[in-house]
Design a protein around this ligand. Sequence first.
Ligand SMILES: Nc1nc2c([nH]c(=O)n2[C@H]2C[C@H](O)[C@@H](COP(=O)(O)OP(=O)(O)OP(=O)(O)O)O2)c(=O)[nH]1
Length: 145
Amino acid sequence: MTAVAGERTPVDVAVGVLIDGDERFLLTSRPPGKVYEGYWEFPGGKLEPGEGVEQALARELHEELGITIDGAERWKVELMDYPHARVRLHFCKVRRWHGAFEMREGQQMAWEQLPVAVRPVLPGTVPVLRWLAEERGHAGLTHAA
Ligand SMILES: Nc1nc2c([nH]c(=O)n2[C@H]2C[C@H](O)[C@@H](COP(=O)(O)OP(=O)(O)OP(=O)(O)O)O2)c(=O)[nH]1
């Protein structure tokens, strides 16, 4: 059977754009053993059956980072086609959380400003950096090539 990219059913993914009091945003590196290992992204993960976006986001951020979020604001939705999957990314801004950060999957974390210092960033992360740049009136590069 031939799989045509456009025909694949997208997998819904909840993604958190955590923003601190200095307007820095949190990036995490993809853990060892996952596709795009070592690439930097906004933390999150796939919705489980029956879950909503906010619920999945709260669960994933707790599982991966050890924090409990106090609300999330839906921001943007983006469809991405990768060779391994077609994903619908639900980006949510998170400004309040509690608990200490623990990298529970062996990933790394970095609080970033534009342009982002860490590299490489995941392809699905690039548009988010552009939206942040637009909101913030940041001209020029958003990340290193
Ligand atoms: N978390 C996250 N995933 C992203 C971003 N951009 C982007 O294209 N993706 C893609 C990569 C993956 O194909 C998918 C997220 O799936 P994942 O494998 O990280 O999710 P998961 O934690 O549920 O993984 P698993 O349990 O199936 O191993 O979304 C992003 O900024 N953050």
